[in-house]
Design a protein around this ligand. Sequence first.
Ligand SMILES: CC(C)(COP(=O)(O)OP(=O)(O)OC[C@H]1O[C@@H](n2cnc3c(N)ncnc32)[C@H](O)[C@@H]1OP(=O)(O)O)[C@@H](O)C(=O)NCCC(=O)NCCS
Length: 186
Amino acid sequence: MGNYNKILEGNTVLESERLMLRPFSLKDTKDVFLYAQDEVVTKYLTWSTHNSVEETQKTIEEFYMKKGVFAIELKAKQMCIGCIELRINEKHNKASFGYVLNRHYWNKGYMTEALQLLLDLSFTKLELNRIESTHYVGNEASGQVMKKCGMKYEGTGRQEVKIKGIYYDVVHYGILREEWIKGHLD
Ligand SMILES: CC(C)(COP(=O)(O)OP(=O)(O)OC[C@H]1O[C@@H](n2cnc3c(N)ncnc32)[C@H](O)[C@@H]1OP(=O)(O)O)[C@@H](O)C(=O)NCCC(=O)NCCS
């Protein structure tokens, strides 16, 4: 995991026109609580809505800051509007990811912009071979983000998971390094 860790935990900052992907700090607690306490935001996530700022602070300390999760900062407001996490599988030289955004900022292309930065890091700096992810049927906006970033539909697992008491069909997407490079040649 050596090389990956060096890059992911080395305070890597990624920047696009509107966003900065950077490490979390406890200063982000208030901003994270805004989306973590929103039931619409967490509907299709494995974790439950946060009930207190203290719970959010603990999550930032014990998970976001330790696992190299990127805070998504909206540069114009200097505010953390969400997060995106790369989960590396070293054995297969691939990774999956997860993401979440404050509902107030949905449908403005922000997560597409963030995922493009993460794919660029994955295929250029980290030289991974494959990036994969899933979304549940019903959460089509997430699939749309993956499609807009060039990921391909790879199949649907029927009632593959049980989340908050509901079985969901799981839609699988993936992109290979060779496909990504081909799409970024010019
Ligand atoms: C999924 C999520 C990250 C998307 O972020 P976002 O910044 O709004 O995404 P973008 O604006 O880049 O793209 C959203 C796309 O989905 C489309 N969309 C939105 N609602 C949709 C729906 N119900 N059905 C189909 N498409 C939908 C938008 O029109 C847009 O596509 P377009 O640009 O082609 O018009 C955000 O909705 C979110 O945080 N959801 C809650 C957490 C979550 O579900 N995370 C993913 C778990 S797999």
